[in-house]
Write a protein that binds this ligand. Structure first.
Ligand code: SAH
Length: 395
């Protein structure tokens, strides 16, 4: 067995240092979970008891979304992989222990097909050349596979033959999209896209609901753990059947749609990204839900407007990005005063900051804290927190 294979099986990857994606790889999985438990307890134990982190049975190949940058080295060899942390040098990667295996195989196959189709790779310095990135997303429940070829220029001379050759090798591919990104940017995807094959998006199923995922919209990258996370959020919400629920920072509407399916009276979703809101509206329809509406906008501003109108909310579900929520949002939450708040967070530091703000400025008190390991081998940890309004009685 080669040294690199041996390393992977021992849990440490040959490009561990250069890639920088899996910060905890030197620890066994139980040690990683202890590390995350300690991290959350350190930050949150002042608010209440932290339940034991929910880990994965099989913490490998969980990523349903994989992207690779393409480049040609000085010797004319085509490379694909990730950027070395903090640089624009590429670390070649053919397989990764946290990424979906099919996605990795497709990326290698694209790289091997390029020369026979005379397809070049994009050069960031000269801004010439063709292929910049390949992005693959797979629906774990549906097995639908989307391949996005990100190109520096729109012209794709051999596209039909290329698509045919790739589909012959991977009949499980359900859609292929060309995304055009001619800009000098760190963003992977550009604005324009052409569907080369299939419907241009994939679908996946979470908690019994079906979701459409387009190339640009946010979707949780670990669907196995996302189901557990959402189930916890719904359990904490304790829906009885008539509640008005706000899903703030709703993305493509996943949590709100699951809540609507689990008996919420009506659900309102708010989200900043227009593509995600379009997907959310489509997703509500596809799941046959009439009791859910979505708005595009800043969650804080939206909450202020709802508070100004004097509307009553029973539950606020919130799932902000890593930067956490804003004081504007939290002030509106305090004014609206829903009896229950469920805060889903991908960053325990900003979660602690926001919980401290609520403790100082309102009667909300933490009732339950549940960490979930959504990102094994990395230092990240997700948490779901239940807050209730303390009415002061008995104190
Ligand atoms: N709840 C969703 C998405 C969570 S990710 C899910 O589980 O899939 C956080 C989301 O917040 C992203 O979709 C991002 O576009 C959105 N967002 C970021 N800042 C925002 C703001 N100020 N107001 C509303 N949405 C925002």
């Amino acid at each position: 067995m080669s040294q690199s294979k041996q390393n992977i099986q021992n849990g440490s990857c040959p490009v561990y240092k250069k890639c920088g994606g899996c910060q905890l790889q030197n620890l066994s999985y139980p040690e990683q979970l202890r590390f995350k438990q300690n991290k959350v307890e350190k930050l949150l134990k002042g608010f209440g008891r932290v339940a034991p982190v929910i880990g994965m049975d099989d913490p490998y190949h969980y990523r349903n979304k994989v992207q690779a940058a393409f480049r040609t080295d000085r010797n004319g060899r085509i490379q694909s992989g990730v950027y070395q942390s903090g640089t624009h040098r590429i670390v070649s990667i053919d397989s990764c222990q946290i990424e979906d295996r099919t996605a990795d195989e497709i990326i290698v196959a694209v790289r091997r097909l390029l020369p026979s189709f005379r397809m070049t790779t994009y050069n960031e310095d000269t801004r010439k050349g063709f292929l910049r990135h390949v992005l693959v997303k797979r629906g774990f429940a549906t097995n639908e596979v989307m391949v996005v070829l990100v190109t520096g220029t729109p012209i794709f001379p051999s596209k039909n033959h290329f698509v045919k050759a790739l589909r012959e090798q991977f009949p499980q591919i359900t859609t292929i999209v060309q995304n055009i990104n001619p800009y000098q940017t760190n963003l992977v995807l550009g604005e324009r896209q052409n569907v080369l094959y299939g419907k241009g998006y994939i679908e996946d199923v979470l908690c019994g609901c079906r979701f459409r995922i387009s190339p640009k919209s946010f979707y949780q990258i670990n669907p196995v753990q996302t189901e557990l996370l959402y189930n916890k959020a719904i359990e904490f919400a304790g829906l009885k059947g008539k509640e008005t629920v706000l899903d703030a920072y709703c993305g493509i509407g996943t949590i709100g749609i699951v809540a609507a399916k689990h008996g919420a009276g009506q659900v309102i979703g708010v989200e900043l990204n227009g593509d995600a809101v379009r997907d959310a509206i489509q997703n509500a329809k596809a799941n046959g839900l009439k009791n859910i509406r979505f708005y595009k906008g800043d969650a804080g501003e939206f909450m202020q407007a709802v508070a100004d109108e004097g509307e009553q909310l029973d539950i606020v579900l919130m799932d902000p990005p890593r930067a956490g929520s804003s004081e504007r949002f939290l002030d509106a939450l305090i004014r609206l005063a829903p009896p229950k708040v469920v805060y889903v967070s991908c960053n325990p530091e900003t979660l602690a900051r926001d919980l401290a703000y609520l403790r100082k400025n309102s009667a909300y008190r933490v009732q339950q804290i549940q960490p979930v390991d959504m990102f094994p081998h990395t230092a990240h940890v997700e948490c779901v927190v239940k807050l209730m309004k303390h009415n002061g009685e008995g104190r």
